[in-house]
Unconditional design. Structure first.
Lengths: 223, 81
């Protein structure tokens, strides 16, 4: 399992992401955004969290035009697996590799806390190590995680199993920290090879961090 | 020539900033405000010699590609000589 982790100016979760994937036994490589090609051996591309280009204009709006993103787009079109975490998710939305867009959190605050999320659909590689309905405890840390997609598109996304994670409380009941449509925390593209989520699974990868649930999520890519 | 680009969240897309500002205006006693939309303005200085038509087309391209996210945002362009 070879994982390429893309680093943009302002990325700050690349080492946590590397640590989590290496705990699972992957070989990782951090790739600078100015590169034009991905490593030859690459089973998964991860766009990690952070504040690429200082979140100027809109989160992810400028990173989307980094040279490496052309290669990431081609990799995704050929069916390669791509995972965007937090700012990485925002970059995938701005790149139109995933549907919808992000707005400022409803309460306008930067929210940083542990948050329960529920697996809505596990019929995809990413969440294949989890069960439908599983409740996971994963940190969130964002100011622009208020996911928006128009209603018709949303319906199609449900039909195609693209809505994969929703925020919830410890019992699995509705909870919506940031105002996202249907409390959506994570989605997939139509072909189920590109994934984005606001929560940070890499920050929940060993007991001392209060949760190992993140490993259960990332493990899917190893199956 | 300058191009002034105004970008707003689309009608029907809830604007959290606008809502907060509306609320604050209400608590200050400004009761006549019915709705607030917060947008951003981008001012571009363009090279001389462009026709209005050329400038408008170029700036439209910029909006579609980068300046606005047309999934959630609308924009308008004003040219000032």
């Amino acid at each position: 399992m070879n994982v390429a982790i893309i680093r943009f100016p302002g990325t700050n979760c690349e080492f946590d992401t590397q640590y989590a994937f290496e705990r699972l036994g992957a070989k990782t490589q951090i790739v600078w955004h100015k590169e034009e090609e991905l490593p030859k051996k690459c089973d998964l591309v991860v766009l990690p969290g952070g504040f690429s280009y200082g979140d100027y204009l809109r989160s992810g709006a400028i990173a989307r035009f980094s040279p490496i993103m052309k290669a990431v787009g081609e990799f995704a079109k050929k069916g390669g697996y791509v995972l965007g975490i937090c700012n990485g998710f925002q970059i995938l939305l701005e790149s139109h590799l995933l549907p919808g867009a992000m707005k400022r959190n409803e309460n306008l605050h930067f929210i940083s806390k542990f948050q329960y999320i529920k697996v809505i659909d596990n019929d995809n590689k990413f969440l294949s190590a989890t069960n439908k309905g599983d409740i996971l405890n994963i940190p969130i840390a964002h100011a622009e995680g208020n996911y928006y997609v128009e209603q018709n598109r949303l319906k199609r996304m449900y039909d195609q199993g693209q809505v994969i994670l929703q925020y919830c409380d410890a019992q699995g009941a509705y909870d919506n920290p940031n105002g996202s449509v249907d409390a959506i925390a994570g989605i997939a593209n139509e072909t189920k090879n590109v994934f984005g989520l606001m929560p940070h699974p890499e920050r929940a990868c060993e007991g001392v961090l209060r949760s190992e649930d993140g490993l259960r999520m990332l493990e899917g890519f190893f199956h | 020539m300058k191009a002034i680009v105004n970008i707003y969240l689309k009608e029907g897309v809830l604007d959290p900033q606008g809502k907060a500002v509306h609320h604050a205006l209400g608590s200050l006693g400004f009761r006549e405000v019915e709705d607030v939309r917060v947008g951003k303005q981008i001012i571009l200085k363009l090279r001389d010699g462009l026709s209005d038509q050329e400038a408008k087309e170029e700036v439209e391209q910029m909006c579609e590609k980068l300046l606005a996210n047309t999934v959630i945002e609308d924009y308008d362009i004003e040219l000032v000589r």
